[in-house]
Design a binder for this molecule. Structure first.
Ligand SMILES: [Zn+2]
Ligand SMILES: [Zn+2]
Length: 274
């Protein structure tokens, strides 16, 4: 048994990460329609009713869209903090909701979960550090800036899922109204590729870890641009132990279509490296 993470969707059109350990499975965010989720889970050999909880990082639709329907249809509890619950308001009416207090360790099945605050224009946005079976994943998507709390929350994780939202030049050239550009660039907006690289330079210094670049903008970024931008910063900082890949916006249909990270395979890979 080992911790396995699968990226079902990533980006402004929806986010959902699946964590599995043994028979247990939970979702981090569910920003896709229930029908789409059910289909993507089927490719993983899972039914939606088999999910033990859906954790929400914040209330924005690209993270919460399908959560209430998943809860109502399949009885899957939503786990979030009070401000996020209040921001979702009537959406969560008649839905089982469990509180996830900031900074406290919560046990959900075999998963240990701890949240940490991130800077984003939502009610009380969080990142998550989740571990099971001695392996851990840290998730920080939708943040406009980072600080020592972010670095500490990411450091030592085996897999880091971090936002690389946009390329600064592509955003400047994009036909967005100025207010939207300013919102994206703000300290409570979204990380660009350079900021993501700088965060990873600190979080991954001296470590061997895997990194998934998440929440790439379809208009102002691409997997190639994000990878090149982040790697440039990591190279300049002399960080060589981070194996970086960029997530697609939606998992390809069919079994094996979704990017998957398995703690056990990573350990095997590491062993063969040395
Ligand atoms: Zn957001
Ligand atoms: Zn988002």
């Amino acid at each position: 048994m080992s911790l396995t993470i699968t990226a079902l969707a990533s980006g402004s059109s929806g986010n959902a990460l699946l964590a599995r350990y043994g028979d247990a499975a939970l979702l981090i965010d569910c920003g896709i329609a229930l029908r789409t989720l059910e289909e993507l889970l089927r490719y993983q050999g899972l039914s939606a009713a088999g999910i033990c909880a859906v954790l929400l990082t914040h209330e924005h639709g690209d993270h919460s869209l399908g959560a209430a329907a998943l809860a109502r249809r399949h009885g899957v509890p939503v786990v979030c903090n009070r401000a996020t619950r209040e921001a979702l308001g009537a959406t969560l009416q008649d839905v089982p909701v469990e509180d996830l207090p900031a900074g406290e360790l919560a046990a959900i099945g075999p998963f240990d979960v701890r949240s940490f605050a991130v800077a984003h224009d939502a009610a009380d946005p969080i990142g998550l550090r989740l571990s099971a079976g001695g392996a851990s994943v840290a998730v920080a998507v939708d943040l406009g800036s980072w600080n020592e709390t972010t670095v500490a929350a990411l450091r030592g994780a085996d897999l880091l899922v971090v936002e690389a939202n946009h390329d600064r030049e592509l955003l400047r050239a994009a036909p967005y109204p100025l207010a939207i550009q300013q919102r994206i660039c703000s300290a409570r907006g979204h990380l660009d590729n350079v900021q993501c690289g700088e965060l990873l330079s600190r979080a991954c210094a001296g470590a061997v870890c895997d990194v998934w670049l998440a929440h790439l903008s379809a208009q102002t970024n691409s997997p190639q641009v994000a990878l090149a931008g982040v790697r440039r910063v990591l190279d300049l900082a002399g960080v060589t132990g981070a194996r970086v890949r960029a997530l697609p916006r939606r998992a390809a249909r069919g079994a094996g279509g979704a990017p998957t990270w398995c703690a056990e395979e990573r350990m095997l890979t590491q062993r063969s490296l040395f």
